[in-house]
Design a protein around this ligand. Structure first.
Ligand code: IVH
Length: 669
């Protein structure tokens, strides 16, 4: 092949590869199979091998990593990369708006762009005549480090801009945030741990560590991604608004966050921020707030900059999920199944507005893996409703006085032997009548989602067990008023209230009853699934492992646990005693003609007439299914006030959207 011919073919292959790369990594909507892509890629590789002098830095073959560097060189930013002022809470966001209006001498509503604030690493990408030539870290804001080779390995960064119109900027600097997808972060830490390397405390540290690799071959193996959100120096091109610039970036092949909207006036901005906060947990990247930016670039210019931050933007911070504190003590807690869990008591620290003093260390393996010691300074985290956990030790704060911890060999509650069964992560107390297990079991049995016996608090349960009044959950139903009156702080009246509450709890539906029994792996949701599928306790008792596994959402672990539970003589005796004591199980009515039967519902936003859990239970009672995320198999999405991304996704997928009123109507029918 002649050089000229090769050059033409190479160019064509590069254009094709760039285009398909964009479809795959930016739009998430590929047009060809991986195998077809690989074929094009290998074709280009082989041509470039034959004609090495035709290899250019923007070729798709140049993404895979280059020989390691000694150090990064530093480069000055043409325009400083500033930081953002923070607003904590909506009132401070309103103050920001008032300031903007005052400075502009304007009383009309301002148009703002509202964006998720990505918790990643800030970078600048420089394109000269459409080709990616330089990529920098933010550094101190004035001088950054040249991490071009590392950035090239990120597939959603265009090496060459798409749509080659002649009006393209001569020089284009875009700024964005590189992040480590949360879904892949856990795997990274597991792999590092297996290799004996230190783990990253959070995805942002993983992104920063990966971008600062001198060996870009390592960066190439990690799934970094990027959203671009701002401009640096741009020559030969004009925009009127920030949003218009983002639209152009998209057109040129950059990945722009899909949740950016333009809002009129600060109240609309606040509403949008509430929505973003609501879908925060559903995203595959961490966000630590929302950025509010004056959209009109002329107004941005009028407002100008302070030394470190622009006057036209503010970051509305969400509550942090992680904080640093010190471990004062580690103790073993004995659960309902006899499992010993190491729990750390820490100096009190606030996370997301809630004061935390205790965090779980899960099990001995976790204590050893993270090498957590008493006295250590640690990163603790709380996400959603889960129990706070210790993420990582800050080794640099060790003084040498820290003490290693090991779970005890004997149960801290009953003194019996503690055993770790081979292949299991947990240590268990071997005493089946260990008071700790009994106490936890009773508390669970009486709890709100189970038999819902009001007044069965921790203190009362402790006394009932310690005085030998309750040795088995069924004993609850033979307790007398006199027995309660004899207990601490128990007057006639409260004793009567408890007796009434116990009596009231006797009428229970099958799902709650199952949940109350405390079968391993059977939480509230699984209980409802089982109750709906089997209808009666008798049917469930008879079900084989195979039959259980046929149920949608029931896996092998749950099936085995349920089967084992109902094969155990003691458990069957307890159930018999409960029924003899007067517990009446209301079995779910079969509602085959219900409009909801077999349909999957997803709820988003807050409803007026129902709590989320009530609404889900209603659906399930009527034979439907409640799911937490929208997918192709969703039939209806019920939208309340302040809906999140689920509503948008439903619209995209063409799924039927119901208002609360329509949903209520359907249920009443
Ligand atoms: S705009 C002049 N938009 O947050 C500053 N920044 O705390 C313009 N960040 O350094 C920044 N998401 O690295 C902007 N949608 C977003 C952002 C964002 C994350 C980062 C950025 C900045 C830091 C400030």
């Amino acid at each position: 092949m002649k050089k000229k011919e090769a050059q033409k073919r190479i160019q064509k292959l590069r254009d094709q590869l760039n285009y398909h790369n964009y479809r795959y990594y930016v739009l998430d909507d590929p047009e060809i199979s991986d195998a077809e892509y690989d074929k094009l890629f290998r074709g280009l590789q082989s041509l470039e091998e034959q004609f090495p002098h035709l290899v250019t830095s923007d070729s798709p073959t140049q993404r895979v990593g280059a020989p390691p560097l000694e150090a990064f060189r530093t480069v000055e930013h043409k325009i400083p990369m500033l930081s953002l002022d923070n607003a904590f809470g909506y009132d401070e966001a309103r103050e920001f708006d008032a300031r903007v209006k005052r400075l502009l001498g304007n009383t009309d509503d301002i148009e703002y762009a509202v964006e998720p604030k990505i918790d990643g690493v800030a970078v600048e990408l420089v394109y000269e005549r459409g080709v990616f030539t330089l990529g920098l870290t933010r550094g101190d804001g004035y001088v950054g480090e040249d991490i071009t080779l590392n950035l090239k390995t990120i597939k959603s960064i265009p090496l060459k801009l798409l749509s080659n119109d002649s009006t393209m900027p001569e020089r284009l600097e875009v700024r964005g945030e590189v992040y480590y997808p949360t879904s892949k972060f856990k795997k990274l830490n597991e792999e590092r741990q297996a290799k004996g390397e230190s783990t990253f405390a959070n995805p942002r540290n993983a992104a920063a560590g990966t971008l600062r690799q001198l060996d870009s071959g390592i960066t190439a193996e990690r799934p970094l991604d990027i959203f671009v959100h701002g401009r640096g120096q741009i020559t030969g091109y004009e925009f009127k608004s920030h949003f218009e610039a983002l639209e152009a970036f998209k057109k040129w092949g950059f990945r722009v966050n899909p949740y950016i909207t333009v809002c009129n006036g600060i109240e609309a901005v606040i509403e949008r921020c509430t929505e973003i906060a609501e879908f925060r947990e559903e995203l595959d990247y961490e966000i630590d707030g929302a950025v509010i930016k004056v959209n009109n670039l002329a107004l941005q210019g009028d407002l100008g900059m302070r030394t470190r931050s622009p006057r036209w933007a503010v970051a509305l911070k969400f509550e942090a999920k992680q904080e640093v504190t010190q471990i004062l003590e580690i103790k073993a807690q004995v659960g309902r199944t006899g499992a010993l869990t190491p729990v750390a008591t820490m100096k009190p620290v606030k996370i997301g507005g809630v004061e935390i003093t205790r965090a779980t260390l899960h099990n001995q393996d976790e204590v050893d893996r993270k090498d957590v010691r008493v006295g250590d300074w640690v990163v603790v985290q709380r996400a959603g409703d889960v129990i706070p956990e210790v993420v990582k030790v800050i080794e640099s704060r060790r003084t040498g006085d820290e003490k290693k911890y090991h779970l005890p060999d004997t149960c801290p509650v009953c003194g019996s032997r503690v055993v770790r069964i081979e292949g299991e992560a947990v240590h268990r107390c071997q005493n089946l009548s260990c008071p700790a297990q009994l106490k936890e079991g009773i508390r669970h049995f009486a709890s709100k989602g189970a038999m819902d016996i009001e007044g069965f608090g921790e203190r009362l349960v402790d006394q009932l067990v310690e005085k030998g009044l309750v040795k088995n959950i069924a004993d609850i139903y033979s307790l007398t008023k006199d027995q309660f009156v004899g207990l601490e702080r128990m007057a006639e009246k409260s004793a009567q209230n408890i007796i009434d509450a116990i009596e009231a709890s006797k009428k229970v539906d099958l799902a709650r009853f199952l949940y109350a029994l405390g079968v391993r792996f059977v939480g509230e949701h699984v209980s409802r699934v089982l109750a709906r599928e089997f209808g009666t306790l008798e049917n469930l008792k008879k079900a084989s492992i195979e039959r259980l596994q046929q149920v949608y959402e029931i896996g092998p672990q749950v099936a085995e646990s349920v089967h084992e539970f109902f094969s155990e003589k003691h458990n069957l005796e307890t159930i018999d005693r409960l029924l003899k004591a007067g517990v009446k199980i209301k079995e779910p009515a079969v509602l085959e003609d219900s409009k909801l039967a077999g349909k999957t519902f997803v709820f988003t936003g807050s409803l007026e007439q129902f709590t989320r859990s009530d609404a889900e239970q209603t659906v399930e009672r009527l034979g439907g299914r409640a799911a937490s995320s929208v997918s192709g198999s969703t039939d209806f999405v019920v939208v309340g006030a302040g809906p999140g991304s689920k509503a948008e996704k439903a619209r995209e997928l063409g799924i039927k959207i119901l208002s609360e009123k329509e949903f209520t109507q359907m249920v009443e029918d």
